[in-house]
Design a protein around this ligand. Structure first.
Ligand code: SF4
Ligand code: SF4
Length: 380
């Protein structure tokens, strides 16, 4: 028996195994794909923190893949997209079927099971462009041949497929923050969650015979800190915080502003129907149709907005706030104007925790360092 729930990302009701039980606030991430350099620092920071044990050798709760040819596990998304069939949108309303609505008779979710081999190539397709670059090929925007880096963790979905599929009811979503966890005591390793999760972010650990997944660094989050993948990010492409319920966004909440007010950050594959809570600023140099398939119909507008970010001091101020503190920013304010103003972040008690310039100042130094008696290679 399926319940009817509302999914704002596809702007309609849909079927789900359980009644809607939205948490009061939901952990959420925003990743700016345009700034990632695929250094994989996030991947290894996460691995060192959580998955360096026996049976976790090929387990990456965080991975960064190069689209269009990168996948972890191999082909995870294209295989499901093919199974799902036509995925049409009418404006911002999804008119195809979600993976819950297309579940085969007797199952909760339309899914598929990767082979062991599929997990063995986490960096397949890395840095490969979409096609051969022809002789004398000219570049334009979007590029004829392109690639971009897609950062992936568990989405701590509002309607998790892993949770719906678990016959042991070992998976639960915390009411206080929406983090999705697997109770290791209840799990019996049936791997229905691995089959069901379209993002393939629930993984089986043969050494313990149980499934595991990203835990949203909950010990840090409970201490008011952002997750490891965010605080270690070299490119400062990530921000973590708490998202309000979709129809009650708070104007001063950085995450709400990016997702609901500016609408510059979008979910990955909203058509699957899970209401995932990792949001992406889409790449600006990629064909519109590809962005739409990955991030839904809002992608075109988000790209245009991002290109003009300097016209919105709140947006550009927030982009500067990414990666500027390890603490969770609960609210923000912009002081002054774009050229000499600041974006200020506050904790849950309203105390200032970070202040960044909206525009980084450029300091010109003399070409010759008299103190050290050497010429400088870089003077900015
Ligand atoms: S991304 Fe996958 S593993 Fe994570 S909550 Fe959603 S369905 Fe579950
Ligand atoms: S650390 Fe940041 S810049 Fe490096 S791969 Fe991860 S998301 Fe990209």
């Amino acid at each position: 028996m399926m319940e009817k729930v509302f999914n704002w990302q596809i702007n309609r009701e849909m079927e789900y195994k359980y009644p809607a039980a939205r948490p009061d606030r939901q952990v959420a991430w925003v990743f700016d794909t345009n700034k990632c350099i695929a250094c994989q620092t996030c991947t290894l920071a996460c691995k060192n923190a959580w998955t360096s044990g026996k049976g976790q050798e090929y387990m990456f709760w965080n991975n960064v893949e190069t689209k269009p040819w990168g996948f972890y596990p191999t082909g995870y998304d294209v295989r499901l997209l093919e199974l799902l069939g036509a995925q049409g949108w009418k404006g911002d309303r999804y008119i195809g079927k979600t993976i819950f609505e297309s579940a085969p008779y007797g199952e909760e979710v339309l899914g598929w099971m990767p082979e062991e081999e599929d997990w063995a190539h986490p960096n397949i397709g890395e840095d490969e462009p979409s096609g051969q670059i022809g002789e004398k090929a000219a570049y334009s925007l979007p590029h004829l041949n392109w690639m971009f880096y897609l950062q992936r963790i568990c989405n701590h979905c509002t309607y998790p497929a892993c949770l719906a599929a678990c016959p042991r009811k070992a998976i639960y979503k915390r009411k206080e923050d929406g983090i999705v966890l697997i109770d290791q005591k209840r799990c019996r390793g049936y791997q229905e969650c691995v089959r069901a999760c379209p993002y393939k972010k629930s993984m089986f650990r043969s050494y313990t015979g149980k499934s595991e997944k990203c835990i949203s660094c909950f010990p840090a989050v409970e201490d008011g800190l952002q997750t490891q993948c965010v605080v270690t990010c070299i490119g400062r492409i990530r921000i973590f915080g708490f998202k309000s319920v979709w129809n009650k966004p708070r104007a001063d909440n950085p995450i709400d502003y990016l997702i609901h007010t500016a609408k510059v950050a979008l979910p990955l594959y909203p058509q699957f129907g899970l209401e995932p809570n990792v949001y992406y600023i889409p790449p600006i140099h990629v064909p519109e149709a590809f962005n739409k398939q990955l991030f839904g119909p809002g992608a075109k507008r988000a790209v245009e907005l991002y290109k003009k970010a300097y016209e919105d001091k709140r947006l550009v101020g927030l982009l500067m706030l990414f990666g500027s503190t390890d603490k969770i920013v609960h609210s923000f304010k912009v002081e002054g104007d774009i050229n000499n103003g600041f974006c200020v972040g506050y904790d849950d008690r309203g105390l200032e925790i970070v202040r960044v310039p909206i525009k980084e100042p450029t300091i010109l130094r003399k070409a010759y360092d008299e103190e050290q008696d050497v010429p400088r290679l870089s003077i900015t």
